[in-house]
Design a protein around this ligand. Sequence first.
Ligand SMILES: [Zn+2]
Length: 139
Amino acid sequence: MAQAPPQPRKPIPVADAVTQPFWDGTKEGELRVQRCQACGNRFFYPRERCPTCLSDKLEWGAVSGKGRIYSFIVVRQPGNPAFNDDVPYIYALIQLDEGMRMNGNVKVDDVESVNIDDRVEVYFDKLSDDIFLPQWRPA
Ligand SMILES: [Zn+2]
């Protein structure tokens, strides 16, 4: 009798030296972004240098975890079979109240109920002992 194929597993982000403070934050229930100490610019995704002035004097700070849907798609055919049980789901670009954008899933019961500019708030999905993935839900 043939063995069943192994169940596909969802990918888990891997922290590195630049992103570790972000993942430390999500583990503590905070959404953190970088701020440039030279010019004051706050930005996301994590980088080694400020995208505005190229300074490497950066610090991390929490943001509200609130924002609005800037754009989204309804995923009906996942590119990875590990997500087969999740479709349909919302993959969105979130405009944070602080100005930067993050991507993520918006968890809703009815994907047809989602609209551009809907208010959302972050929550964190535990994927492993160290990785808590930011996800979004209607606010
Ligand atoms: Zn800067």
